[in-house]
Design a protein around this ligand. Sequence first.
Ligand code: GLN
Length: 532
Amino acid sequence: MKICDLPAYSIADLVRTRQISAVEVLEKTLERVQSVDGRPGEVDASEAQSEEDLNRIHAFTLVTEEHARTKAEKIDQMVKAGEDPGPLAGVPYTAKDIFTVKGIPATAGSKILSNYVAPYTSTVVERMDEVGAVMIGKVNLDEFTYGSSSESSAFKPVPRNPWDTSRVTGGSSGGSAAAVAAGEGAISLGTDTGGSIRHPASFCGVVGLKPTYGRVSRYGLIAFGSSLDCPGPLARNVTDIALALKAIAGQDPRDNTAAMVPVPDYLAELEKDIRGLRIGLSEEFFRVTYFDTNTVELKENPIDEEIHSAILSVAGFLAQLGADIVIDVPLPYTKYGVPTYFVISRVEASSNLLRYDGVKYGYRTEEPFTDLRELYRTTRGEAFGVEPKLRMLMGIYLSAAQFDKGYYQQALKARALIRSDFDTIFDPKGKYRLDALLTPTTPSTAFPIGSVYGDSVIMQYSDQLTATTNHAGIPGLSIPVGFDKEGLPIGAQFLGPDYSEGLLLRLGRAFEKLTENEDWRKERPPLLSDNE
Ligand code: GLN
C-alpha cells in the first residue's frame, strides 16, 4: 500500500517512531495529487471538457505546498529533537475552502470571496496544527456550502467522484470526500448544515462525522446557517475520525456556542464491544416524502432498493455482534425535515450573506457606480452565483414581517417537534430506549454530473435523511457499507443523542472490524489503479 493510502494513525505512528519523515509523507501525497487531481478549481475557468480533465478529480481549489513543507519540516525537527509532535504527526489533510487559515485564501467557492485572504485561522485548523497534522490545501465545495453535489461552486472544474468520474461527489463537502477517497490527504475538515459531511462521505465511500451542535467550534468558519452549522472530519476509517474529533472538539472562548462539555477519549471507546446496545430502524428513513410541485400534494418514494437491503444487512451484522435491533421506530416528523430546513436555512443564509457588499472585504465590481446602493447591487449581482441569490431571495421573502408567523415561526415549531421525535426514541426511560438509530445516509448513490443540478428542490430532497439531525443538533456518522450494482459506494448512518459521538464511532468501528476481510473492502477507485 502506498504511503498516501495509509490510515492517519499509521502515518503518525511511522513519523513519531522515525520510520518515515513527515516531509517524505508530504512528497508522496503531493505526487498523488499531481497524478490524480488535475486542474484546481478557479473562478471563471471552464468546466471539465477534455478527456484528461474528465478523468481527474479536481478536489482542490488550492494546493498549499509551501505552507505544508514548512510544517512538515518542523514536525521532523521535533521528532529528531526527541519531542512528540502529537497524535496526528505528519498526517496530511485538506480543509474545505470554508475555513480560514491566516495568510491563505478562503473563498467559500464563491466569486465574491475569490480575492479574500484570511487574516486569522479557524479553531479547527489551529487544533489540527497543534496535534501535528499538515494542511496540504483547500478543497472545493458548493458555493457557500449551498448544495448536495458540489456543482454550484464558482470554482471550475467542479470535483468529480473518484469511483466514477462522470458522477458527482455529493456535497457540499465534495472536495473533502473526493480528496480523502483518492488518497489526497488522510483526513479532511468539512462542514455539515443539512448533511454536507455525511452526504459526500456516502457518495465517495468514506467515513464522515457531523458532531453534536457545539461540540466543535465554529470560529473561523464562513457561516451558512449559524444554528445548524457543524464542522467535522472525513477520513477513510473510523479510527482516524476518532483521532481528528479528539483534536478539534471542545470549548473555545472565541465561540460562545462551543459547549463546555469535556471531550472524552474517543479512541478508548472505539474497541469496546456493542453487545446489548439497542439500535433502531425506522420506516421513515426508508422513503423520501416530497411535495409534488404539479399537484401540490405530499408524495412518497421509496429509497433505492439496493441501499435499503444494504442497511438491513448492516443491522444483521450488528445483531451478530450482540446488538438488539429494534424495528418500526416511529419518527413521524422526519417528513417535515426538508421543508423546515428550507425555511430556517434560507433565513439564516440571507442574514449571513448581508456582509458581502464590496466594501469591507472580498470582490468589488470594476463598473463605475454613482452611489453606495449601486455599488452593492452591481458587486453582489456580479459575484454571487445562482444558488446564493436564490437562497437570499427566499430567505428575505420568508422572514418578511407579514409572513413572520406563517413561515419562520412555523418552521421553528416543526424543528422542536423533530427534536422531540429523537428525544422520545433515545429516552433511557422511554418505550424505545435506543442507543442509536441506523439509517441510510442518502436515498440514492452518486448521480451523474449535470443530471440534477438546476433543480434545487430535487437536490434538496437528497438531504431528507440527514437534515433532521441538524435540526435536532444531534450527532450523525456516515460509514461506507458496500457498493451498488454500478460500483458506486453506499453509506449507512448512525444517529444518537447529544454527545454520543463515542458510541457512534464504536458502532462504526465494530462494523468495520467485522467486515474487514469482505471482498468489497478491497475495491479501490479505478482512477488510482489507472494512474499508478
Ligand atoms: N444540501 C444542503 C443544502 O443545500 C445541505 C448543505 C450543507 O449541509 N451545508 O442546503
